[in-house]
Write a protein that binds this ligand. Structure first.
Ligand code: FES
Length: 352
C-alpha cells in the first residue's frame, strides 16, 4: 500500500495507512507516554495519557486509538498536551490509595514514573476512596482495587493475549471495577491463574501473593531461563534476590511464549526449595522406599527390562517419554526402545 505523509513535531514523516498516531510516532523514535495501551491488543483509549494535539482538531486525541491520516499536523509534547497529562495523573492519584511506601510495584510502576516525570507533587482534588474490598482468597493473586486505575490492561491480557475471557469491566461510575465472571472471586470464576493479568498491571493492583514483601524491582536481579515444566520452552525472567527466586515473569519479546505463561510456569517455581524433593533414586522394597545409588537403580531397571523381554517378548514393554525432556533425550529414548529393546512401543506424553 502506498505510504502517506504527515507532520510530526514539525518534521514530515511517512507512514503506512492503518497505523495509529502512536505507531507512527514510535516508528520515528518519538516517545509518547502510555498507560492503558497493551502492545498487540486492541487499543481501549481508557486512560488518555497518550493524548496529542492535532492541528485543527477541537480537542486532544488519544494517539493509541486514533488512526493517522495523511496531512495531519501533530504535536506530541505541547504545553497543552503536558497540562492534560498532568491533570490525568492527578485525577488517577486522587482516586483510591496510591501510597507507594509498601506497594510491591514501587520502582516498577508506570503511574509512579509518570507522576515523577510530569512533576505531579500536589493533587488539587479530594481523595475518592475506592469502595471494593481487597481480594485475597486464592493462593496466587491479590487484587487490591484501591490501587486499580481501571486501565483494563488486565482485561485485554485475559481476553486478547491468553484468550481466557475470565475477567471484564463491571459496574459504572465510582463503583466501576474489574470483575471476574459475574463479579465472583478469582478462585470461584473461570480464571485459570495464568497470571497474565498480574504481568499486564502497570500499577500495584494485581500482585503475586507469594512474592509479596520478598523484593521489589530495585532489589532483584533478572535472570533469563527456559521453563522446566514442559517441552514448549517458554522463556522466563527469574526475579532473584539474595540467590533466591522471588517471582517469575514471561519474557515479552521472546519466542515461543511472547510473555505468556501458564499457572505452573509463573507460580510453580518454589518446588526447587521443597524439602520433599528427591535427591537420590529410591527403590521400593517390602512396600517402603529406600535411598539407592544411581548405579544400583539403573542396574535394577535394566535387569527388570531384560527379564520381561526374555519372558514375554519385546512388545511386552513400552515407553512414554516425558514432556520435560529435551528433544535429544526423547530421541535417545526412542532409539533405546527401537534399537535395543526391538519394539516400536514408544510415545511421548505431549503428543496427545
Ligand atoms: Fe492511549 Fe491510555 S495509552 S488512552
Amino acid at each position: 500500500m502506498a505510504m502517506k505523509t504527515l507532520t510530526l513535531n514539525g518534521s514530515t514523516v511517512e507512514f503506512e495507512p492503518g497505523q495509529t498516531i502512536l505507531e507512527v510516532a514510535r516508528a520515528h523514535g518519538v516517545h509518547i507516554p502510555t498507560l492503558c495501551y497493551l502492545d498487540g491488543c486492541t487499543a481501549t483509549g481508557a486512560c488518555r495519557i497518550c493524548v496529542v494535539e492535532v492541528k485543527g482538531a477541537r480537542s486532544l486525541v488519544a494517539s493509541c486509538s486514533t488512526p493517522a491520516e495523511g496531512g495531519m499536523d501533530i504535536c506530541t509534547d505541547s504545553e497543552r498536551v503536558r497540562q492534560s497529562r498532568r491533570l490525568t495523573i492527578e485525577l488517577l492519584l486522587a482516586s483510591g490509595n496510591h501510597n507507594c511506601i509498601t506497594c510491591e510495584m514501587s520502582g516498577d510502576c508506570t503511574l509512579q514514573d509518570l507522576a515523577y516525570s510530569y512533576g505531579v507533587d500536589t493533587i488539587r482534588f479530594p481523595n475518592t476512596p475506592q469502595p471494593h474490598a481487597k481480594e485475597d482468597m486464592n493462593p496466587f493473586i491479590i487484587r487490591d482495587f484501591s490501587r486499580c486505575i481501571l486501565c483494563s490492561r488486565c482485561v485485554q491480557s485475559c481476553q486478547e493475549v491468553q484468550v481466557n475471557r475470565a475477567i471484564s469491566n463491571g459496574y459504572r461510575g465510582p463503583t466501576a471495577k474489574i470483575i471476574a465472571g459475574c463479579d465472583q472471586r478469582y478462585d470461584q470464576s473461570d480464571c485459570v491463574f495464568c497470571g497474565q493479568c498480574v504481568q499486564a498491571c502497570p500499577v500495584g493492583a494485581l500482585i503475586e501473593k507469594k512474592g509479596r514483601f520478598q523484593g521489589r524491582a530495585k532489589d532483584v536481579d533478572k535472570v533469563r531461563t527456559t521453563c522446566p515444566y514442559c517441552g514448549v520452552g517458554c522463556q522466563l525472567w527469574l526475579h532473584v534476590k539474595d540467590g533466591r527466586i522471588v517471582k517469575v515473569t514471561g519474557v515479552e519479546d521472546g519466542a515461543p511464549n511472547k510473555g505468556r505463561l501458564c499457572v505452573k510456569g509463573r507460580f510453580g517455581y518454589d518446588f526447587i526449595y521443597s524439602d520433599e524433593r528427591n535427591k537420590t533414586p529410591l527403590i521400593k522394597e517390602n512396600g517402603e522406599f529406600r535411598e539407592a545409588s544411581w548405579e544400583e537403580a539403573l542396574d535394577l531397571v535394566a535387569n527388570k527390562f531384560r527379564e520381561i523381554i526374555e519372558k514375554h517378548g519385546s512388545d511386552a514393554v513400552a515407553g512414554v517419554s516425558c514432556a520435560r525432556s529435551l528433544n535429544e533425550d526423547s530421541y535417545q529414548m526412542q532409539k533405546l526402545f527401537r534399537a535395543v529393546f526391538k519394539t516400536n512401543n514408544i510415545d511421548h506424553c505431549a503428543r496427545t
